[in-house]
Design a protein around this ligand. Structure first.
Ligand code: EPU
Length: 420
């Protein structure tokens, strides 16, 4: 396994290109199962979670061809096994996304229960209840969700709470169900919209994606199609925070400014000068230290939980005191104790943390237990005296493409070395 060695870095400067969104490509790859012919997916990021998803589809018998530049062809018609085995699901919770497509298209699925994970219990009860409401017969047995169904029936599904992959799983199922499905309190995340756009390109009839009420008229068949994945807003936000904390100036290319509104508003509040074009964002701190900004996470369009750890680092180094509140997951503060070891002044109280900014942090060996927490430790290391070693890099490789190369290109002192 590798680790990252990071030294205090100069202000980040230059340009960085953003990859396709992890949380869009995973449901889109799962949705290829719904097609009656091959789909060609482009702007696919080279991530461990993408490799896991492709392994999952290949194990089921799908024919997968990787072209140049991470263009992926998936032919689902060769499928002969409807199982998502524990050893793959346990490495990636998003494997649950194959459940809806398998039940809707093939009338059967065996998907390992994801179980707990580092950022909280994260049950999948809403996915299961929704499929049952559409007529699937589902039992939980030996750690597996076993589902059987004839053709699913459209129905009304009102989610008790906003769930991103829950909305996606049921949206995929509804696309091939008989009749109309209406979702209320649906997730409005841009990744849900990207999935809906792919399904529409396959022939699905979906209206209202991006709002909390989605109407789906089920169709008899969906055809494979070509589709390019939306850019990653969380990767974008992570590079912008990197420039903000190091008091630098960067231009982020191949991104979508309008899906980052809540994050850009907070960066402006922190003192960043931000300009945007159709597919780029430029952030300039004009050499100034950021100011503290309080944040409170909530489903889109509010502030994303996936940017909470990065903003903890921003506040750890900012001028002033801020409160960061996590409302989406019950246990997403694992980065706090690592940041405290680097000298951050943070006090946790339930789901909030009060952060008093300091001028500099101190390098230390650290490790993180989830993807965004790991990314936040890299950002902290840029403003630390001495060297920081970030262990368990596989968390970062799940969701950030070539992170050390991209930060290195912006001037950061970061290198990947084998961890023996
Ligand atoms: N929840 C339930 N029951 C369910 C489903 C969800 O109680 O059946 C709860 C969860 O426990 C959580 C809340 O609802 O407290 C929201 O969870 P959600 O289902 O929205 O999360 P998710 O779909 O499992 C996706 C992203 C996460 C991101 C969240 C929130 C993917 C593959 N994952 O997870 O991404 O944090 O939405 O926006 O899309 C990441 O990229 O680092 C990451 C963790």
């Amino acid at each position: 396994m590798d680790k990252l060695l990071i030294d205090g870095s100069p202000p980040l400067t230059g340009e960085v290109k953003i990859s396709g969104a992890k949380n869009a490509v995973l449901p889109i790859l799962a949705a290829t199962l719904l097609g009656s012919s091959t789909s060609t997916i482009s702007n696919v990021p080279h991530l461990n979670d993408v490799t896991t998803t492709m392994s999952l589809l290949a194990r089921m018998g799908c024919t997968i061809t990787m072209g140049d530049n991470m263009v992926v062809d998936v032919d689902p018609t060769t499928i002969n096994d409807y199982t998502a085995a524990y050893e793959l699901v346990r490495t990636m919770r998003a494997s649950i996304l194959v459940l809806g497509p398998l039940v809707a298209r093939y009338g059967q699925a065996e998907v390992s229960l994801p179980g707990g994970c580092a950022i909280g219990a994260r049950p999948v009860n809403l996915h299961i209840e929704g499929l049952r409401a559409m007529g699937a017969d589902i039992s939980i047995d030996g750690g597996y969700i076993r589902a059987r169904a004839g053709r699913l029936q459209g129905t009304r599904i009102a989610f008790d709470m906003v769930t991103v992959t829950g909305t996606e799983n049921l949206l995929m199922a509804a696309a091939l169900a008989k009749g109309e499905t209406v979702f209320e309190n649906a997730a409005r995340e841009p990744e849900v919209v990207d999935l809906a756009n792919y399904l529409i390109a396959m022939g699905a009839k979906i209206e209202g994606a991006g709002t909390s009420t989605i109407h789906v008229q089920g169709v008899d068949q969906l055809m494979g199609t070509d589709y390019s994945v939306v850019p990653d807003r969380i990767e974008t936000g992570t590079y912008l925070v990197g420039a903000c904390v190091t008091r630098g100036k960067i231009k982020v290319r191949d991104t979508v400014p309008e899906i980052l509104t809540s994050v850009l508003d907070k960066l402006r509040e922190a003192g960043a000068h931000i300009t945007t074009g159709e597919d780029w964002i430029e952030l300039d701190m004009k050499g100034q230290r950021p100011k503290s900004v309080s944040i409170s996470t909530a489903p889109y369009p509010d502030f994303p939980t996936d940017m909470q750890a990065q903003f903890c680092v921003l506040n750890a180094l900012a001028d002033g005191t801020a409160k960061v509140t996590e409302n989406v997951f019950e246990n997403r503060f694992m980065h706090i104790s690592e940041l405290q070891r680097m000298g951050a002044d943070m006090t946790v109280d339930g789901n909030s943390v009060t952060i008093r900014g300091v001028e500099r942090l101190k390098g230390a060996p650290v490790m993180a237990t989830d993807l965004r927490a790991s990314a936040s430790l890299i950002l902290a290391a840029f403003m630390a005296d001495g060297q920081t070693e970030v262990g368990r890099v596989y968390h970062i490789d799940r969701g950030y493409e070539r992170i050390e190369e991209k930060f290195h290109m912006l001037g950061a002192e970061i290198q990947r070395v084998p961890d023996r």
